[in-house]
Design a protein around this ligand. Sequence first.
Ligand SMILES: *Cc1c(COP(=O)(O)O)cnc(C)c1O
Length: 376
Amino acid sequence: MSSENIPLVDLRAQYLALKPEIMAAFEEVLEGMQLFIGPRQRAFEQEFAMYCGCQFGVGNASGTHALELALRACGIGAGDEVITVANTFIATVEAIAAVGAIPVFVDIDPETYLMNWQQLEQVLTPRTRAILPVHLYGHAVEMQPVMDFARAHGLRVIEDASQAHGATYKGQRVGSFGDIGCFSLYYSKNLGAFGEAGICTTNDADLAEKMRMYRDHGSRVRYLHEVVGANGRLDELQAAVLLIKMPHLERWNEARQAHAHAYNEQLRGIVDAVPVVRPWGTHVYCYYVIQVPDRDRFRQFMQEEGIGTNVHYPVPLHLQPACVPYGYKPGMFPVTEALAPKIVSLPMYPELTGKQVQRVIDSVKKYIGFVASHSA
Ligand SMILES: *Cc1c(COP(=O)(O)O)cnc(C)c1O
């Protein structure tokens, strides 16, 4: 049997490579004891915004908080409708609910698993205020038709780019198409801090200013609270980590793409589906998602092989207990619902070695062979 286990993600490898730099930065921050709204936060905001092709970056407490800040800055609140997808992480809906708005779902494209913009028209009502496309798994949503639809109907566009740092659509990075781009900087994302962190990107100075105010208790001047805000700042220790990691993001994304390429080459035609990359976009593989027969048995098999897998996500949001109040029923989003029991994510992180990738591929092939011989 093969030697070491291969986890779904290994975050220690990256930490160990950068440890001396990170520890030195932590020491500097702690010696200075300016832990919030400091120079590192500002430097990271600028650098990340520029990377995305945006003028302004607003660092904040988490990806969930980033979405909430963005919605609030756009003036979205009680009774407003926000169009999004049910195939995403719960945070997308939590943020919509947090501002008192209503999540309105459309189905997804069966190949990319991303928002099916052709359904936008069907769900448009006089209360629709925004579209919230999610660049899920690391692939860009087809933004042109989404933007055209939004402009035609006076809607805001807020991108959830939490899984797509650096992904592009027609050569332009995600987070720069809509009014605001929202990124989680959770430790397992393509760019991650060592605690909670998030950032919003925008080219609108007024929206940036509003988000800065909301994240800091609704104040621009200390103890003068212009609106009821929140405690949602990015702290200097997280910003220090992010500044150190930032120059590596491109190379890490390329490593992910190389692993995905190897997976694709050997698993296409073997498993039921490998990830699709549209010619107009790039994929940065936050998750590498395939479809296999008898998914749960597959996961068991892989576990016995010492290989970590996960499902992103097993229950579509419209069928979650938390979403019962919105009145969605099974059958309303057939593509999303058909997909959930079939998808599975394979190990994906930049530091995977070629040998490890090959071991994963060999185990997947072994499973497919095993299924074929047992159903014959
Ligand atoms: C991770 C994630 C979020 C939430 O980010 P947190 O930093 O964990 O709050 C939101 N949307 C998507 C698509 C995510 O993957």
